[in-house]
Design a protein. Structure first.
Length: 165
């Protein structure tokens, strides 16, 4: 395939190979993770609104917390998770190996959270919110580490070295 002629006199970046099917599926799953997190956030806010009719505080970790603070912290946390899903989807689709590694680390943290849910008194409710996200993360990480995905990420890592030579 011919590369475009550089009109500015600067070296041309090598053309990126297209992402293989497992990477594209993983990226779609990351967008699904964004949707699952958003739905969980909405359900949580609605649930807390119903609780808020009867109580101005919520008992968390053995302490009473003002309901507006619980809602604010929960929303901020969910927005961070949504931003991470979107950022990882974009970076992984571009073949950034650091994003694949970070996605794996974030999945490890989510695994610790799911394990921690079992120690909470309301395990079923916690699993309803965390299990779908964890399952999406599991499928995503498995796809990102398939051999053809690894070849894609390695080829993207080699591209900057070609420009420096």
């Amino acid at each position: 395939m011919d590369q475009p002629y550089p009109s500015s006199g600067q070296p041309v970046e090598p053309l990126r190979p297209p992402a293989p099917a497992p990477v594209l599926t993983a990226v779609k799953l990351m967008y699904a993770g964004t949707a699952v997190t958003t739905i969980s956030l909405i359900i949580s806010i609605v649930s807390l609104a119903f609780i808020g009719r009867d109580a101005a505080t919520l008992r968390l970790a053995g302490r009473s917390q003002p309901l507006p603070i619980v809602i604010t912290v929960g929303m901020a946390g969910a927005l961070v998770v949504i931003a991470l899903w979107l950022g990882m989807a974009r970076a992984n689709s571009q073949g950034r190996n650091w994003a694949r590694n970070l996605s794996t680390v974030l999945f490890g943290l989510a695994t610790l959270k799911v394990i921690g849910v079992f120690s909470e008194p309301r395990t079923v409710l916690g699993l309803i919110f965390w299990a779908p996200t964890w399952l999406v993360g599991l499928a995503t990480v498995c796809l990102l580490w398939r051999p053809d995905s690894s070849a894609f990420f390695k080829s993207q890592g080699a591209a900057p070295a070609l420009r420096e030579v």
